[in-house]
Design a protein around this ligand. Structure first.
Ligand code: BGC
Length: 485
């Protein structure tokens, strides 16, 4: 789609190209800039379908479960398996996805994931028995695990620095859209009496969208450079960028030179271990603050709070899904101006307050518990969606050097899914043994630890190109020049 006009635009954008520059190349190229901006947004949108499927395939199970339970006569343990099978697949995907995307390239790996999403959706939807259902959910989980870090990383490696935050946060926006839409689709098919199969099958459509969309996009300049395919890397960068990104090519060359393959050991000794600590810390804290107790168990929490009708609980959950999406949209719009740290730190304060409130409401057991809990949950989701939600995936795709980016992101993603699994499978037991107030206060305690961690360890990467960020870690957490944007 974009490749045909490439040569023409290159000549327009670079006055020192081989052809004689026209007057257009000497003026501030507003139209050209706009066209490039539109292009990078479309690219981000296509790659972020991976995020949409992550949200959809994790969210859809909450409604599907009611029907699966009926059709396959599931025990409680089997229901837990139905929910966690996808998390197990995601863990495996996160573990091997880094190597896969280093080997195949970011683009081809995402194409394969599109195929897997589409096939996985059709196979789970048509599973004749529960064992096959579980198997296909693990396969789907694999695609989720890989694309959960690969989609934002693809965007980070193609985005111009000034827009990178918002573009990568687009992925989180589509995760939340996927979650919200899955609730509504569940509701629609449930009301139509059509059961769980169509709920799962519709995900084949965005799966095909990812596959077909990625076929039209370019490989990232950074992966091409890492393979030593300099000319193609330069072409890709030119195709994606306006004039000043020539500097970026020089930076990529410097960053990639002599570092074609870095092992974990070499990486750890290169002075960049703190980048890994920062990534893993964010990954773990993003889950320890308890987000998926809300995403996976919101109807149950509303049930505890006195919303005894299932339809009211599901409706309240849909409101949570919609607020999650809308707040993430705000974050996408402001993250490149506001910066990562203010959103992250401010969001953690908001989550802390909301969790303390939630615990206190359950502890006091007032007569209006249901609405108060809804209010506290909304405050919580707003605070998560503005900061921790998008900022973790953004940072995990931008804080590692090109030579280690895929594996670094894959490691942090592995920790994220592991902690997700831990929190999701312990929530109900914690609530039963410690009580709901203490459980929520425990998550509030993790917010305090997360705040301290982010305050001391996480740098502000707003407006920096990926190579500047790389040098920041290499030089002992020092920026070379003042913030450029
Ligand atoms: C988290 C998911 C969570 C989602 C909620 C993502 O950033 O990684 O675990 O379900 O946000 O919006």
């Amino acid at each position: 789609m974009f490749a045909r006009s490439r040569e023409k635009e290159r000549t327009m954008s670079f006055p020192h190209s081989s052809r004689t520059p026209g007057p257009e190349s000497l003026m501030p190229p507003t139209r050209t800039r706009k066209r490039y901006a539109t292009r990078v947004y479309i690219i981000a949108l296509i790659a972020a379908i991976g995020g949409f499927l992550f949200g959809y395939d994790t969210g859809v199970i909450s409604g599907a479960l009611l029907f699966l339970k009926r059709d396959f006569a599931l025990t409680n343990f089997q229901q837990e398996l139905a929910v966690s099978s996808v998390l197990v697949g995601s863990l495996i995907g996160a573990l091997v996805g880094g190597r896969l995307s280093d080997w195949l390239g970011r683009r081809k790996a995402l194409i394969c994931m599109g195929l897997l999403f589409a096939l996985g959706a059709l196979l789970t939807a048509s599973a004749p028995n529960f064992s096959l259902f579980l198997l296909w959910r693990v396969v789907l989980g694999f695609a989720i695990g890989v694309s959960s870090f690969l989609a934002p990383m693809y965007i980070a490696e193609t985005a111009p620095p000034a827009l990178r935050g918002g573009l990568v946060a687009f992925d989180q926006l589509l995760i939340t859209a996927g979650i919200a839409i899955s609730y509504w689709i569940d509701l629609a098919f449930a009301n139509a009496g059509m059961g769980w199969r169509p709920m799962l099958a519709v995900a084949a459509i965005p799966g095909m969208g990812l596959l077909i969309g990625m076929l039209f996009l370019t490989e990232t300049p950074r992966w091409l450079a890492k393979q030593g395919r300099w000319q193609e890397a330069e072409q890709a960068l030119t195709h994606l960028s306006v004039q000043e990104r020539r500097e970026e090519m020089v930076a990529i060359r410097e960053a990639v030179r002599d570092t074609h393959h870095v092992t974990l050991g070499e990486f750890a000794h290169s002075g960049m271990i703190l980048a890994l600590v920062a990534g893993i810390g964010l990954a773990v804290f993003q889950q320890l603050v308890g987000i998926n107790t809300v995403i996976y168990y919101a109807p149950t929490i509303f049930g505890f709070a006195g919303f005894h009708s299932a339809s009211v609980a599901i409706l309240a959950t849909s409101v949570v899904g919609a607020v999650n999406f809308l707040t993430t949209l705000v974050s996408v719009l402001i993250i490149d101006r506001a910066g990562r740290r203010p959103l992250l730190l401010g969001g953690l304060v908001g989550m802390f307050v909301a969790l303390v409130l939630m615990g206190s409401i359950f502890a006091l057991g007032t007569s209006h518990t249901g609405y108060l809990v809804l209010g506290a949950l909304l405050l919580y989701i707003i605070a998560f969606a503005i900061g921790m939600g998008p900022v973790f995936w953004l940072m995990s795709s931008e804080i590692f050097p090109t030579s280690f980016r895929a594996r670094g992101a894959s490691i942090t993603t592995f920790f994220n899914w592991s902690t997700n699994l831990l929190i999701s499978i312990t929530f109900l037991s914690l609530a039963a043994h410690l009580g709901l107030p203490v459980t929520f206060w425990l998550y509030a305690g993790f917010c305090v630890l997360a705040f301290l961690f982010c305050w001391f360890i996480i740098p502000e990467t707003k407006g920096r190109n990926l190579e500047e960020i790389e040098r920041f870690w290499k030089q002992g957490r020092r920026w070379e020049k003042p913030e450029s944007i």
